[in-house]
Structures are given as C-alpha cells and as structure tokens.
Design a protein around this ligand. Structure first.
Ligand code: VGL
Ligand code: ZN
Length: 198
C-alpha cells in the first residue's frame, strides 16, 4: 500500500506565521487534490514545548538563525514556533484533515530537535511512525509539505533508511532557503539517495 505523508502543514510555517515559508500556503490546494489518489494519509506535526532548545529565545544573547551546540548536536536557532497547544501549531485551516488516519507529533523533547517524522536529529528517539506504517501494510510513501530543506528532506531520508519506497511531490512542497540554493541542494541530495522526485 501507498500512503501520502503530510509534513508539518501548520500555521507557523505559512505566510504570517512565526517561521513562515515563502508561498507555504500555495501547497494547500495541491495537497488537498492529491489526497483522493491515496489509500492512506498520515501527517507529522511539529509540536514543541515552550522551553524547546531550538528556540533562540531560550538562549540568552543568541539570535535566530545562529548555530549552536545543543547537547552535542549542531542546532540552527529558530524563532519560537509550533508551540504545543497554540494556534501556530494547528494544521492550516484550508487543509482537508478529514482523511488523516494518524498524526505523529515530533520535536517534543526540549533537549533535541526533530526535523524528521521518524527519528530525532540524533537518531536517539523514535516516533514509532515506521513501525506503525509497516503494521498498516504501507511500503511506499509520497511526501509533501514544509519545509523542503528541513523536515521534508530529513523525513524522506529516514523513510529510505527504514526501507520504504519514497516519492516527493515537489509541487506540494516549499522550502526555507536560509541560504540561496538550500532547497535545490536538498532536492539533489534526496534524488541521489533514491527519492523519486515528481
Ligand atoms: C521545521 C525548522 C524548525 C520544518 C521545523 O518543519 O521544516 N523547520 N522546525
Ligand atoms: Zn520546529
């Protein structure tokens, strides 16, 4: 079976949000139109506690987009975003959520960030998504969502490692591009590792 995996389609990643991705809302009609082609739909949700270590505001004297060492891992510092039980963490209002079979929260441990929906950035913790998908008989995934150069990329690479066939629906993805070319590089990395880009 083939599942559609919606990555972090949340208010804070849309224009006007705390960590807005340019034209992030442009994917919503595309994603909604994709849904009928899939037997199963699963979503990830960036879901941080207020004291999360990826927030610049939680590090005195540090600015957003700086890099720090966070408990032994390199970490980009982000604006406060997707805080648990706030409006910014909600799925985009235009997203058709009716057929989402299961939501996997991520980034819930203050000590470590989690760009991937499968494992945290240190591959220390597991959300259980791979095991759950396998249990549902899913062997192939199509990914879409935000952001191409962070959560989409790391979820896609972990999905390959977990043994899934992985497709990326590019028209239904948008990226941050902190540095010009980051998205192009992310797409090239994914393709090189075996993600089918469509
Ligand atoms: C994301 C940065 C921080 C993403 C999440 O969804 O791509 N990026 N948290
Ligand atoms: Zn985050």
């Amino acid at each position: 079976m083939h599942a559609l995996l919606l990555i972090d389609i949340q208010n804070d990643f849309l224009p006007g949000g705390a960590l807005a991705v340019r034209d992030g809302d442009g994917i919503i009609p595309v994603v909604n139109a994709l849904m009928p082609q899939f037997e199963m739909i699963v979503a990830t949700q960036d879901w941080h506690p207020p004291d999360h270590g990826s927030f610049a505001a939680n590090h005195a004297g540090r600015n957003v987009y700086e890099m720090i060492d966070l408990h032994g891992l390199q970490q980009t510092l982000w604006p406060v975003h997707c805080v648990q039980n706030t409006g910014g963490a909600l799925f985009a209002p235009g997203l058709d959520t009716r057929r989402i079979a299961r939501v996997f929260p991520k980034g819930t441990d203050s000590r470590i960030d989690s760009y991937s929906g499968f494992f945290d950035n240190g591959h220390r913790g597991d959300t259980g998504m791979a095991e759950w998908l396998r249990g549902q008989g899913i062997s192939e995934l199509t990914l879409c969502g935000l952001a191409t150069d962070y959560c989409v990329k790391f979820t896609a690479l972990d999905a390959l490692e977990c043994g899934f066939k992985v497709n990326l629906h590019l028209e239904a993805c948008r990226g941050v591009d902190l540095q010009a070319g980051d998205c192009e590089k992310a797409i090239a990395d994914m393709r090189e590792r075996g993600v089918v880009i469509g």
